[in-house]
Design a protein around this ligand. Structure first.
Ligand code: FAD
Length: 334
């Protein structure tokens, strides 16, 4: 697939939210952060205007959005900086073939689905994605737990962080869930949400004022001053991961049990993966996202139900919770 020359390359559409400079700058962004953002967007445009012929496999879907900044949360974003491989690279590795092969696409799709279904994972490791991500520190703490990736984070020892902090949307504010210790329950009333947002904004502004005072007023080293900032301040990193581990990350972080603030990043990355390797993503959607794992006892219960035999949790060795979860999956009354 030839790469388009700069003349052929699609110009950036200013009506796309990620390309509209005015819309791309959230209200509370400081002047310094705004200037950095504008410079960054100009660099992205310059990168997108450049292209070179290559003999390497190219994913047309991902080429379309390469370098583009996709906004996530109030100040965050995800953008693809580089990638290696495509659907055909997975097939090629699985067959250990010399070339890109001549088999019909239908057979490639069937092979990819077979590999995904049977957890034959190494062919998926042949593809790599490199992302530039801007994310709140508390999200980064969850994200960094995914060890099978390479990370390089912006240094807050080397440079001063911007006055950029995450404030949830009022509709995402909720009380502590009563039945899920790691989750949210009922949404807050409009009045309570306004109070909470007021506190969060006040505190974030205050710690940044102190941060500036420590650096500029006291001459404190940046590596020490940064400890005063709160977890909702934004950081940035480059993150490179192979497709197998990326799909593992997505399966965990797109799940409803994951915190909303990391889930929105995972959802955005999933949309990019779908454009990059559509066949792999389709298989992932069918065999991972849209599937459940049944224990031996749960499978026995399903078999008995299909035979029309009434059964109980105790008969198949399931706990009350396992039984409830199985009935939820089967959409049957507990
Ligand atoms: C909803 C949710 C809630 C969570 N809650 C908590 C929590 O309360 N506390 C907490 O600490 N963490 C929590 N985590 C983090 C979780 O335990 C994992 O650390 C995280 O999801 C990364 O998964 P991973 O280790 O499979 O990924 P990776 O680190 O990317 O590893 C991928 C795979 O490589 C293998 N691997 C990598 N490193 C090693 C190793 N050193 N030894 C053996 N095998 C290895 C494993 O097979 C692993 O699955 C939570 C995660 C989720 C999604």
């Amino acid at each position: 697939m030839p790469i388009p020359t700069p003349d052929e390359a699609a110009p950036m559409d200013p009506n796309q939210p990620e390309n509209n400079v005015a819309e791309a700058i959230p209200e509370q962004t400081s002047a310094a952060a705004q200037a950095a953002l504008l410079a960054g967007l100009a660099e992205i445009e310059a990168d997108r205007a450049r292209s070179a012929p290559t003999r390497r496999p190219v994913s047309p879907g991902l080429e379309d959005v390469l370098y583009t900044r996709f906004p996530v949360l109030d100040h965050g974003f995800v953008r693809v900086v580089d990638y290696m491989g495509d659907d055909a690279a997975v097939v090629q590795a699985a067959r250990v073939s010399y070339g890109r092969g001549t088999k019909p696409l239908r057979e490639d799709r069937g092979l990819i689905r077979y590999l995904m279904r049977h957890r034959h994972t190494t062919p998926f490791e042949m593809c790599e994605l490199k992302l530039h991500v801007k994310l709140p520190i508390f999200v980064a703490r969850q994200w960094i737990r995914h060890r099978m990736a390479s990370v390089n984070e912006a240094s807050a020892r080397y440079s001063v962080l911007d006055r950029e902090f995450y404030l949830p949307r009022a509709e995402d504010l909720a009380v502590q869930s009563k039945d899920n210790k790691q989750g949210r329950g009922e949404g807050l009333s409009a009045e309570a949400a306004a109070r909470v947002l007021g506190l969060l904004r006040r505190d974030a502004m205050q710690v940044y004022d102190s941060y500036e005072q420590l650096i500029e007023g006291e001459g404190l080293a940046r590596e020490l001053a940064r400890m005063d900032l709160s977890l909702n301040y934004y950081t940035q990193w480059y993150w490179k991961i192979d497709l197998h581990n990326l799909l593992h990350f997505l399966s965990l972080r797109m799940d409803s049990h994951a915190q909303l603030e990391i889930r929105v990043y995972a959802d955005q990355i999933a949309a990019l993966v779908e454009q990059w390797v559509p066949m792999c993503y389709e298989a992932f959607r069918d065999y991972r996202l849209g599937s459940v794992q049944l224990s031996a006892g749960a499978l026995e219960a399903v078999r008995r139900m299909l035979r029309g035999e009434p059964t109980t949790a105790a008969e198949v060795g399931l706990s009350a919770r396992e039984w409830r979860e199985l009935m939820d999956v089967l959409q049957r009354p507990g």
